[in-house]
Ligand binder design. Structure first.
Ligand SMILES: CCCCCCCC/C=C\CCCCCCCCCCC/C=C/C(=O)SCCNC(=O)CCNC(=O)[C@H](O)C(C)(C)COP(=O)(O)OP(=O)(O)OC[C@H]1O[C@@H](n2cnc3c(N)ncnc32)[C@H](O)[C@@H]1OP(=O)(O)O
Ligand SMILES: Cc1cc2nc3c(=O)[nH]c(=O)nc-3n(C[C@H](O)[C@H](O)[C@H](O)COP(=O)(O)OP(=O)(O)OC[C@H]3O[C@@H](n4cnc5c(N)ncnc54)[C@H](O)[C@@H]3O)c2cc1C
Length: 661
């Protein structure tokens, strides 16, 4: 029985067409749909007991799944696209993520043609397994502060990789702890006593025969992490080198080279390309944020339609909690954000591919923008997604706290995204630097392009005032864009003015960093809003699909406007009356979306296996499933628990004795 059937009947749009919009294309939808069902129907990919497993058992099970996934990929001759979907629907972080997601891209991006020819075929066949070993115990954010050394020995034509201090121990790399045979290791290059900064080196860590660490290598897992199951399927590792020697040709030499006679040569490509793998992964993290958020929102929306509290009249049913305006005000902006992040993720993938093609043609002009966009959007989307998952847990009341709701593990596995690939605050400060540089160059005749082109309208934006007179005026895209542009430009200019009062710019930057972060957030929110609006300019087929997306877009920007109305009011773009009208329009959009809410989350097309949540299951049959699941908990294997006779019985006896006294 479908307990959500009435909700589904209310939908005012074509769900099948929306599924295609969400997937990106009909082809992407078909691949995704087929692979998700393949994984869901394969007992080899079961994950329902994951949060109850002890670490060793959990980890071994992940190794089994990774090997099984690899076998299925081969047996079924899956394409790269299909394999990547399979990895997504298997839904279990594993060493393979770092191998395919960072080790291979690092060699592709920073290796010479010759190095790629040697290493990539081995990596593609998984005859070697790699990790990305950058972060150390003492330094993660400050990459220039890494302490591992790679000293060139001209006698033997080798580099000597060494960990000179405890804090130079590599610490965190995923896949390193127990599995990787190789790593791209980042170290401080030293030639003839002279330092040349941080470079990447391919270093073998374990024997390909018996998996033991090679001489001079100390390696292990760093221990349990936050949450049950969750990221504990990953072997994040610690690594130390004691004068380990590698051949000279294992330094990744696309950006700079060391010659046989020890000369350091810089190519014409910018040094920052050493950071290129991080740009790539930040872009994939943005593309992934909408998946994690939409998953939590599916659970919270379906459950909110099933759950009833208060409001029964004449013995009739109580109110569905989704009908409370407070529930809508917490849930619908998250639903809208999932769609917003999907579209900005698609755009960022386009931007990344564009910058990659330009780099191949030696056009480095858009690299700073690509860095600022990937850093800023990674920060914005992961913060909102992690907070959103936790809000979804609260939206599900007490039952959201059960592991069987799927939300605790989803939060635990997702929340480190706010830290890895760059701490979110550190990344926003990079965006702020980019903005300050842009503002300082405005008078120089250099035209700001791309996502900062709005800065070219600075004179107009600094003076313009909002013209909204009635709530519906907030549905005009031009009006909304101008509001977000005016806010972003005014906040950036205000920071630049305050910075100019300092004689030492770095001191000023440090002192004003909290304001700078807020200016960076305003800029990034403008990007997300503008890409959602751009998406709506496209031809979107399907009955009612575009109208629903327009409503969601409105909810996304009006919610931001309401939440940050202090910024909009302080920069004098809006009047308090206009801010109130925005809120009126927001409430009207909630009413419009309400009957479509369940269908809008159905459009994500997630299987029950992928959701891994009793509260979010497709048929909404929540209570019997919760009840049955409780009895399956290992604690209920016996009626009288282990430990009763040792620890509880003596207490009771003592209490009985005291009572008699
Ligand atoms: C089940 C099995 C199935 C098998 C299936 C097989 C198929 C599978 C298929 C696919 C799988 C794919 C899976 C993918 C999943 C990926 C998972 C990812 C997991 C994540 C793991 C986490 C990894 C990590 O965390 S790695 C470590 C990341 N570390 C950081 O991010 C450090 C952060 N710090 C920095 O980035 C920098 O140091 C900085 C930005 C803070 C800069 O610091 P600073 O010292 O100020 O800067 P400096 O070095 O001096 O440079 C300044 C100039 O450089 C510019 N700049 C900085 N960064 C960049 C950059 N990245 N790009 C371009 N330019 C940059 C900066 O703007 C300055 O420029 P200016 O002009 O001089 O102003
Ligand atoms: C699950 C997980 C997986 C990881 N996987 C890998 C991996 O595969 N490979 C790898 O190399 N690394 C990996 N890392 C490491 C990760 O990249 C770093 O932890 C991350 O870059 C943050 O650096 P940090 O730990 O040095 O934080 P810190 O920089 O020490 O941050 C601590 C606090 O200081 C603040 N802070 C730092 N600098 C500044 C500043 N300049 N201004 C203002 N505030 C500042 C931060 O905002 C934060 O609040 C992983 C980490 C995690 C949690």
């Amino acid at each position: 029985m479908d307990y959500l059937a009435d909700e589904r009947k209310k939908a005012e749009f074509d769900v099948d067409e929306m599924k295609i919009v969400w997937a990106g294309s009909r082809h992407a939808f078909e691949v995704s749909d087929r692979i998700s069902k393949l994984v869901a129907n394969d007992p080899g990919f079961r994950k329902d007991t994951r949060t109850m497993l002890a670490r060793k058992e959990l980890f071994k099970n992940t190794l089994r799944k990774a090997a099984y996934a690899w076998k299925r990929i081969h047996d079924l001759h899956l394409s790269e696209e299909e394999a990547s979907r399979l990895r997504f629907y298997v839904d279990e972080p594993a060493y393979t993520d770092l191998h395919w997601g960072m080790f291979v891209p690092a060699i592709k991006g920073q290796g010479t043609d010759e190095q790629q020819k040697k290493w990539l075929p081995l990596a593609y066949k998984m005859q070697i397994i790699g990790c990305y070993a950058q972060t150390e115990l003492g330094h993660g954010s400050n990459v220039q502060g890494l302490e591992t050394t790679a000293t060139f020995d001209p006698q033997t034509d080798e580099f000597v990789i060494h960990s000179p201090t405890l804090t130079s121990s590599k610490w965190w790399p995923g896949g390193l702890g127990k599995v990787s045979t190789h790593g791209v290791v980042y170290a401080r290059l030293i030639i003839n006593g002279e330092e040349h900064g941080i470079h990447g080196f391919i270093v073998q860590l374990r024997s390909l025969e018996d998996h033991l660490p090679l001489p001079g290598v100390t390696v292990g897992d760093i221990g349990m992490k936050f949450g049950n199951g969750a990221y504990n399927t990953m072997d994040n590792g610690v690594l130390r080198f004691d004068h380990v020697r590698i051949p000279r040709n294992q330094m990744l030499m696309r950006v700079s080279q060391v010659t046989r006679d020890g000369k350091y040569k810089q190519s014409d490509v910018p040094r920052q390309l050493v950071y290129g793998t991080m740009v790539y992964v930040r872009q994939t993290i943005v593309a992934d944020a909408s998946c994690a958020l939409s998953r939590a929102v599916t659970i919270a929306t379906r459950y909110s339609a099933v759950r009833r509290q208060f409001g029964s009249q004449n013995g009739g049913p109580e109110t569905q909690v989704i009908d409370y305006k407070t529930q809508q005000n917490r849930l619908f902006p998250l639903l809208a954000s999932a769609y917003a992040f999907k579209f900005v993720g698609e755009w960022l993938t386009w931007l990344y591919n564009d910058v990659t093609q330009r780099l191949q043609a030696s056009d480095f002009s858009t690299l700073p923008e690509a860095h600022a966009c990937t850093a800023g959007l990674k920060s914005l989307t992961t913060t909102a997604t992690a907070d959103g998952i936790e809000e979804c847990r609260k939206l599900c009341g007490g039952h959201g706290y059960l592991c069987s709701s799927g939300l605790p593990e989803l939060f635990a596995v997702y929340v480190p995204a706010c830290t890895y690939e760059g701490d979110n605050t550190v990344l926003l400060l990079q965006v702020a630097r980019f903005l300050m540089k842009t503002v300082s160059q405005l008078g120089s005749g250099k035209k700001p392009l791309g996502t900062i082109s709005y800065m070219g309208k600075i004179e107009h934006l600094m003076q313009s005032r909002c013209t909204v007179q009635k709530a519906e005026d907030w549905l005009k895209p031009s009006q909304v864009l101008e509001a977000f542009e005016a806010r972003a430009v005014k906040m950036a200019v205000s920071c630049a003015k305050n910075l100019s009062k300092f004689t030492n710019p770095e001191e000023g930057f440090a002192e004003l960093s909290a304001d700078l972060v807020e200016a960076a957030v305003a800029h990034c929110q403008l990007i997300v809003v503008s890409k959602f609006i751009d998406k709506l300019q496209q031809d979107i087929p399907g009955k009612g699909v575009k109208q629903q997306l327009e409503a969601l877009c409105g909810i996304y920007y009006l919610y931001l406007l309401h939440k940050h109305q202090g910024d909009f009011l302080a920069t004098s773009y809006l009047t308090p009356k206009q801010a109130a009208l925005a809120n009126d329009q927001l409430r009207a959009l909630y009413t419009k979306v309400r009957p479509n809410a369940v269908a809008l989350v159905d459009s994500f097309n997630y299987t029950d296996h992928f959701l891994g949540s009793i509260l979010g299951c497709y048929d909404g049959n929540v209570y019997p499933k919760l009840y049955d699941a409780a009895w399956k908990d290992p604690l209920n294997d016996s009626v009288v628990p282990e430990g009763y006779h040792e620890y509880v019985r003596p207490l009771l006896k003592q209490q009985l004795h005291t009572a008699k006294l």
